[in-house]
Design a protein around this ligand. Structure first.
Ligand SMILES: [Zn+2]
Length: 54
């Protein structure tokens, strides 16, 4: 699977579970592992501490 930020290849561990947070080693972006129809997909993870809407 590919990083949505920098297009680098990300290989999650074989024993990864849904909901796990994967961090791109290239750009440091964090993604949540979600199960799709063909396997795992990456969903941008919510980062805490930004955008509290104030
Ligand atoms: Zn990246």
């Amino acid at each position: 699977m590919k990083c949505k930020e920098c297009d680098a290849n990300i290989s999650p561990p074989k024993d990864s579970m849904e909901g796990e947070i994967i961090t791109c080693t290239d750009c440091g972006a964090s993604f949540e592992l979600v199960k799709g129809s063909t396997g795992f997909e990456l969903k941008p993870a919510q980062t805490v501490g930004e955008d509290w809407g104030q």
